[in-house]
Design a protein around this ligand. Structure first.
Ligand SMILES: [Zn+2]
Ligand SMILES: [Zn+2]
Ligand SMILES: [Zn+2]
Length: 200
C-alpha cells in the first residue's frame, strides 16, 4: 500500500530555481520537515504542534521568508497555495506533485517576467494586462468601423506605452489613450464595441 504523499514547491529567492520536495503525510505528522534548495540558499520548514502546521516559506517573489499557519485539512488534503503578503501573489504550493509542479512552472515564468520588468524601466506596468488589452484592441479594430476618429477618418496609428496604448488619428493627429495597467482597465475596454478618437 502506498503512503499518501504531499509535495511542497517554492522558488528559491537566492538562485531563482524552483524547489520541490515530497513528504509522506505520516512523516509530516510525526516530525518537522525541511525542504532545501540545492544551492543551499533557502529552506522551507514545516512543524506540527498537534493542532496546526506552521510553515516558514522562502519567497522567490519578494525575497523574504513568510510564516504561515495551516490547519491539517488544508495542509494534508487537496491542493493549496500560500500567498506572499508583499506581492499579493502565491509563492508556495502544496498538494499532489503534478499540480505543484505546474503551478511552480507558471510562478517561475511570472517571476522571470517581473525580474525583467525591474531590470527594464521601459517594460509594461503589467504585461499580462497589456497583452490582453492589445488583443482586445485587435478585436475591436476588426469590427467594421471599430476604431474611427471624430474627424471622420478611419486611419489611425498605435503607440504602446508602459501602462497605456495611444490611438492616434493619422489625419488630424487627435489621440485617445487606452489605459492598460489594471484589471479594471481591461474590463472597461471589454465592454466597448467601438472606439472613437476625439477628433480635432
Ligand atoms: Zn537556490
Ligand atoms: Zn514574498
Ligand atoms: Zn482625426
Amino acid at each position: 500500500m502506498s503512503e499518501e504523499m504531499r509535495t511542497f514547491g517554492y522558488l528559491c529567492p537566492r538562485c531563482g530555481r524552483p524547489v520541490m520536495g515530497t513528504r509522506s503525510i505520516f512523516a509530516l505528522e510525526a516530525s518537522d520537515a525541511e525542504i532545501a534548495c540545492e544551492c543551499g540558499g533557502s529552506v522551507l520548514r514545516t512543524s506540527y504542534d498537534g493542532r496546526n502546521y506552521r510553515l516558514s516559506v522562502p519567497c522567490g517573489l519578494c525575497g523574504e521568508v513568510h510564516a504561515s499557519v495551516c490547519p491539517p485539512e488544508r495542509m494534508l488534503r487537496g491542493a493549496t497555495a500560500l500567498g506572499c503578503a508583499r506581492t499579493k501573489q502565491f509563492s508556495c504550493f502544496i498538494g499532489p506533485e503534478g499540480v505543484v509542479e505546474q503551478h511552480l512552472r507558471e510562478l517561475s515564468i511570472l517571476a522571470e517576467k517581473e525580474k525583467q520588468q525591474t531590470d527594464d524601466p521601459q517594460a509594461f506596468a503589467d504585461s499580462v494586462i497589456m497583452y490582453e488589452v492589445l488583443s482586445e484592441l485587435r478585436d475591436i479594430a476588426a469590427r467594421p468601423g471599430g476604431i474611427t476618429c471624430a474627424c471622420g477618418s478611419g486611419r489611425y496609428g498605435m503607440e504602446i506605452r508602459r501602462s497605456a496604448v495611444d490611438l492616434i488619428c493619422r489625419d488630424c493627429g487627435a489621440k485617445l489613450r487606452i489605459p492598460a495597467a489594471t484589471d479594471r482597465d481591461l474590463d472597461d475596454l471589454c465592454c466597448r464595441m467601438k472606439l472613437v478618437i476625439p477628433g480635432r
